[in-house]
Design a protein around this ligand. Sequence first.
Ligand code: FAD
Length: 397
Amino acid sequence: MPEPTQERLDAHRDHVRSVIASSAPKGESREGHRAPANSEVEAELRCWFKVMYSEGLSGASWPVEWGGRSDHHPLFDVITLEELIRARVPRTIDQVNLASGVLLKFGTEEQKAKYLPRIRSAEDVWCQLFSEPGAGSDLAGIRTRARRRDDGSFVLSGQKTWTTDGHWSDMGLAFARTSEGSSRHAGLTAFAVPMNAPGVVVRPMKTIGGVPEFNETFLDDVVLPPDSVLGEVDNGWSVAMSGLELERFGVGGTVSLLGMLVEDLVRLSRSLRIGDGMALDHDDILMAISNLDAEAEAAEAFVKQHVQMMLSGRDDEGGAATAKLLTTETYNRIAAYGVHLAESGTLEEDPDAELSRLRLEDAWLWSRALTISGGSSEVMRNILAKRRLGLPSARPK
Ligand SMILES: Cc1cc2nc3c(=O)[nH]c(=O)nc-3n(C[C@H](O)[C@H](O)[C@H](O)COP(=O)(O)OP(=O)(O)OC[C@H]3O[C@@H](n4cnc5c(N)ncnc54)[C@H](O)[C@@H]3O)c2cc1C
């Protein structure tokens, strides 16, 4: 597909800005505080998601018969994400994007017709039921079982954990073991699970930031009809891997958060008094901020290059993992330095600097979670080592 002209890209950017101005929820969307705090905020958020789909800010790359746009180009998605981040408004939920990708790739026509329109209308929010107390990085180690009954239905039992947004989701994309399989990766199956099905119990957990972003999910003899299976029975590994690749790339795509965090760092340092002088009188602080800015720029350049390679159909083995690693680790370093800096001095009366301090603190509390969710940094380094460098991977200690 030919790249859109600069005029079309600019027109799309203007369109996104105008949709945000007219329809996005008011107030700043804080990183690590994305789940709605009450039913009113949830209704507002669902309304915003619906607008995003109808205005082409989300799901525009889907096939036209499922609501996508024939004139869509992936560069429009890059612009949309940049603008949503810059405006600090809610973005679509990673787990919903993951489920949509899986449905489009592996769903039958009936499943697509059943689920996709409800995603676009924001009637259904999906969560991801992969991780378990004893299986996260090693997804093949899951112990949730799905027993097939004579009538073709399945009975799921087990426990999932870290289910982001599970407490207000309508559907879950779950993985369960259906047979022992010839290898650890065989014998797994993907299921669409209504979160209100009898036997599904969701228990919220609070993050270090004090908000219930994720949950424990108990599956206690949950009966699912045969058409709940996504993809083939016992062949769910490829479904899981395709979903995770999407998730990792989604995190890497948020790389423009880094530049904004550096801006917060600069704003904070301009109004920070340390001893008799200001923070910016200290060479070591200037050096540290410049280094972090260089790291942010390098991460952004890598992600842009990765996007370009993907768009031109070139192979970029391990690129999504590297993008996730660079984005989340740099995010953590900038935020950690911001918190350390704020603690080294006293802020002068400056509401903008105070807001920047709060953002850096939020980012720091959330940043460790980002280096774990969707695959930990160690696992990303393993993928990088294996796929980009041809090295063996490390084993967990
Ligand atoms: C904020 C957040 C949201 C999440 N949301 C969801 C969700 O919605 N749905 C869902 O299913 N899951 C979710 N998760 C879970 C996430 O996918 C897992 O936490 C992640 O895969 C790591 O698994 P684990 O926690 O079991 O840690 P483990 O896999 O037990 O890892 C423990 C440590 O060992 C290291 N390690 C593991 N394997 C290797 C290896 N091969 N080589 C080197 N080091 C290794 C890890 O890096 C880590 O430091 C979320 C997690 C977080 C933090």
